[in-house]
Design a protein around this ligand. Structure first.
Ligand code: NAD
Length: 367
């Protein structure tokens, strides 16, 4: 699931050009002949603290594609941590290759040693095609890993916390539009009922919203339909249905030239990363259409909040939930800023994140 990214996309393909245009501090290329490991670790910004972000394994079609992915994902992590008030920076790692064939104890532990060599500037966690077992192998070589299984003292699956934050962001956006954050009777379309989408549907149904769901997995769709009673709609039909709220919880870039004209909702609030194909253009198109957009990297930060709570030590799930509650108020502040300055909410969120980094950078200058 390689996401398609917004505009400040990497355009020139000189590596230093890419790194400087996106503002990275350090990019590390890791290669190990015996295990076949090829990985890239990108540290975007460490003003707030060490760079935290998951490791994704993917069969990239070119090295450039892997570089582009890791650079953009790590930048996103910086904003996500900053806007969530966490004292960590943004980083990400990608491993190039087929996760089903290449992963082994030696492969993962070798990767762990590369992480260890960074002395704590980068902390890893799970992402696409990586699981808690993989994190365990990595943790045999480095302490700079979080997102371990509960049985190993970790925080376990972060998706319930992500779903909770997304739900609160959705409520904040609803309050802005309808004057109340109650979702009772609201027609809400959830695209993708995987880990996060499934938990979100559960909360929405509990609140007596009218929930519509779609997924490419028939099995998953049937399962969630059975447990929640949500109404199943087609994969493409979801863009056209009569709905109040659209919740993308599957893929990035579903808000684009082809879909905005079709959407009949007043709010977009979902967990998927990089929902706007083009941050600026499509953010503005949503304003023009009167749709309130809850910034994705803010409202899906529950997962990061959860692994951060684990990283701090003495993990307690209720502490993660408590911290995720800030998402509601931050989302309100951002939507107010977006309206006051007449800028897309995603831009307002980035500005707020950048301001926190700049302010904290100054705080740290004094001894
Ligand atoms: P997941 O893989 O468990 O679920 C994704 C679901 O979307 C799957 O059921 C899949 O079949 C479905 N899907 C894929 N393509 C689709 C399509 N075209 N139309 C409809 N359904 C489709 O992933 P997840 O952990 O639930 O994450 C969902 C999204 O939220 C991802 O974009 C992820 O990056 C983002 N996110 C997740 C977390 C987390 O804690 N898991 C945290 C932050 C962001």
């Amino acid at each position: 699931m390689v996401e398609i990214y917004p505009t400040q996309a990497v355009q020139n393909h000189s590596i230093f050009g890419d790194i400087s245009s996106l503002g990275h501090e350090q990019v590390v290329f890791c290669q190990d002949e015996p295990t076949g490991l090829k990985a890239i670790i990108a540290i975007h910004n460490t003003v707030l603290g060490p760079a935290l972000g998951g490791t994704r394994m993917w069969q990239y079609t070119s090295d450039q594609e892997a570089i582009t992915d890791v650079l953009r994902l790590s930048r996103g992590m910086t904003f996500k941590a900053a806007i969530s008030g966490l004292n960590i920076g943004g980083g990400k790692a990608v491993i190039i290759g087929d996760a089903r064939k290449m992963k082994s104890e030696a492969f993962l532990r070798r990767f762990g040693r590369f992480i260890e060599s960074l002395g704590g500037r980068y902390i890893t966690a799970e992402d696409v095609n990586m699981n808690t077992r993989d994190m365990e192998y990595i943790s045999m070589e480095t302490d700079h890993v979080t997102g371990l299984h509960e049985s190993k003292g970790g925080g376990g699956d972060p998706s319930p916390v992500t779903a909770y934050g997304t739900y609160l962001g959705m409520k904040a956006a609803a309050k802005k539009v309808y004057g109340t954050d109650s979702l009772v009777g609201k027609k809400i379309a959830v695209q993708g009922v995987g880990q996060v989408g499934g938990h979100l549907v559960e909360r929405l149904v509990k609140e007596n919203a009218r929930v519509f769901i779609t997924d490419i997995s028939e099995e998953r769709l049937a399962q969630i339909h059975k447990t929640s009673g949500a109404i199943v709609v087609g994969q493409d039909e979801i863009y056209d249905i009569d709905m109040d709220i659209y919740a993308p919880c599957a893929l990035g870039a579903t808000i684009n030239d082809n879909t905005i004209g079709r959407l009949r909702c007043q709010v977009i609030a979902g967990a998927a990363n990089n929902q706007l194909l083009d941050e600026h253009k499509h953010g503005q198109m949503l304003i023009d259409k009167g749709i309130i957009y809850a910034p994705d990297f803010l409202i899906n930060a529950g997962g990061l909040i959860n692994v951060y709570a684990e990283y701090l030590g003495g993990y307690k799930r209720e502490v993660a939930y408590q911290q995720a509650e800030n998402i509601y108020h931050t989302c309100m502040d951002i939507l107010d800023k977006s309206a006051a300055e007449n800028i897309p909410s995603q831009q307002a969120a980035i500005k707020l994140a950048e301001k926190r980094i700049a302010d904290m950078g100054k705080v740290k200058m004094s001894y």
